[in-house]
Write a protein that binds this ligand. Structure first.
Ligand SMILES: [Zn+2]
Length: 434
């Protein structure tokens, strides 16, 4: 993957009939939020100057840091208050220093969810069914609306108004006690969810624990894999384990933007261009072509509480050449966060997804964590069901060095424990090189 400029064959993700909504949204954001007004004024552009999609390039992008600095007064639409009963506040699961508080109207978030789900009618049927009343959420504590899903809290404390039970989860995934795993499973059985909304790595870990001595059927009509990147070792395990007939999908949600993408029944992720104006751009903010990886930039449509204008999400996606399902939402592949992508000696970056493809899901692999310490030094630690697998280690070292560069020394070791990030999120790939 590389983030070079390719203006030739660059793709416009958005349908042209979304243009009037874009123009309205820019005008709304300009007249109602200080951050957007400052941004436009700094370059001497007015919302009415944006007539066509390419004109959007005149508008400066907004970074996460700028948004955080201006929250709430500079980014919430004028006159709005966080105490409005229609306002949903959420905290991003980012590491402490960059954690972001976001807020939006519950109906804005519901519209985005519905817009994204248009790409997956079977999942929409389950989630929108009036008979669907109960669900469970299994994710790192910081990803939950319920502050720290600690075991000493009662079930009652962890049930959200929409019937979602937030399962108890330890901060550090692989340090979760067996007692806590058992409690999470017992609560799933007791709650009888219609669907599950889970970090796939966490759910795979729970099922592996159960399968060791007490394999059981998983209840529910659907599983939404969300909250975190889905590594192949976890999805392969879940695929073997889930009941046939269960609807399984991936979704990408961000506390800042709501539902950004959902996978269709073919398993391809589709961007939610129904409710968000999306761009996939290279390092120069030029649109990428099919087959290339770019950063997702989001401009909110409608009149949300906190409008976003060319918001740099920090997330990478590869633009695909459509999907057999034929849905109009652009087909993409989620590649992970930009800042977690190791830097290769040729100057390109290896995305979290690209690394995960290299590693794959061999039978012995329970989990792994890759970290690049320096351009010439990295480590791959893995958990294995059969102890260390030397042959696999040798072939992994060769493959990683072929991508990262021959100068890169890679330590590969089997381990019984892999640490989570400070945020509580377990991340398979990180880098100290920027
Ligand atoms: Zn599709």
């Amino acid at each position: 993957m590389s983030l070079r400029s390719h203006t030739r064959d660059a793709q416009l993700l958005m349908p042209t009939d979304a243009l009037p909504r874009l123009r309205e949204a820019l005008s709304y954001a300009y007249h109602n939020t200080k951050l957007t007004r400052d941004k436009f004024d700094a370059v001497g552009v007015l919302p009415q100057n944006i007539r066509d999609s390419p004109d959007l390039a005149m508008v400066p992008a907004t970074t996460r840091a700028e948004y955080r600095r201006e929250f709430p007064a500079g980014v919430l639409a004028g006159g709005a208050t966080l105490h409005d009963p229609m306002v949903v506040r959420s905290r991003s699961s980012g590491t402490a220093y960059e954690r972001l508080l976001s807020a939006d109207y519950s109906y804005t978030l519901a519209e985005r969810r519905l817009g994204a789900l248009a790409a997956n009618p079977p999942l929409l049927r389950v989630l929108a069914d009036p008979e669907t009343r109960r669900s469970v959420r299994y994710a790192a504590p910081n990803c939950s609306d319920v502050e720290c899903a600690l075991p000493q809290t009662t079930i009652r404390d962890r049930i959200l108004p929409n019937g979602m039970l937030v399962l108890p989860a330890a901060h550090d995934l692989y340090a979760t006690s067996t007692q806590m795993l058992r409690q999470a499973w017992n609560e799933i059985v007791d709650w009888r969810p219609d669907y599950l909304s889970c970090d796939p790595t966490r759910l795979a870990h729970l099922l592996r624990y159960l399968d060791h001595d007490d394999p059981q059927d998983i209840p529910g009509r659907a599983l939404v894999m969300t909250y975190n990147f889905a590594p192949a070792f976890a999805t392969a395990y879940l695929r073997r384990r889930l009941p046939t007939g269960m609807t399984v999908a991936n979704s990408v949600t961000m506390s800042e933007c709501g539902w950004v993408a959902v996978s269709c029944p073919h398993g391809t992720l589709h961007l939610n261009t129904a409710e968000l104006w999306m761009e996939l751009v290279d390092a120069d903010l030029a649109p990428v072509a099919v087959g290339e990886v770019g950063e997702l930039v989001v401009t909110s449509l409608g009149e949300p509480l906190s409008p976003r204008v060319r918001y740099l999400t920090g997330d990478l996606y590869q633009l695909l050449d459509g999907c057999p399902c034929g849905h109009r939402h652009p087909a993409v592949r989620f590649e992970g966060r930009w800042r977690n992508a190791p830097v290769c000696s040729d100057g390109s970056r290896m995305s979290m997804r690209e690394l995960d493809d290299l590693i794959g899901a061999p039978e012995h692999l329970v989990s792994y964590r890759f970290h690049q310490h320096a351009p010439d030094r990295a480590e791959l630690r893995y958990m294995s069901s059969t102890g260390n697998v030397s042959e696999w280690e040798h072939s992994m070292r060769d493959r990683l060095r072929a991508r990262l560069g021959k100068v890169c020394q890679i330590v590969i070791d089997v381990t019984a424990f892999l640490p989570a990030e400070r945020s509580g999120k377990f991340v398979t790939c990180t880098t100290a090189v920027s």
